[in-house]
Design a protein around this ligand. Structure first.
Ligand code: ZN
Length: 78
């Protein structure tokens, strides 16, 4: 398990101190197309369900999300 770039000890949404750094497969969908980001590490608040992503997590999501497929294709054509 990696080290979080952010040091969060309290949920910014509900103030819970139970917020924790977790790693799991993260599921979402973009325009009805589901996708999975495997082994994503992020902060999760068990009290309100808030998720907080650091820079590495955002990069991982971008790498897997169809929402960013276009910019990836543009990079490849260089
Ligand atoms: Zn919370």
């Amino acid at each position: 398990m990696g080290k979080p770039l952010l040091n969060i000890t309290r949920c910014p949404t509900c103030g819970s101190k139970r917020i924790q750094w977790v790693r799991r497969n993260w599921r979402d969908d973009f325009q009805g197309k589901p996708y999975v980001v495997p082994n994503l590490e992020f902060y999760e608040c068990p009290d309100c369900g808030e998720h907080i992503y650091d820079r590495d997590a955002m990069r991982k999501i971008e790498a897997h999300s169809p929402a960013y497929a276009k910019s990836r294709a543009q990079k490849k054509s260089a």
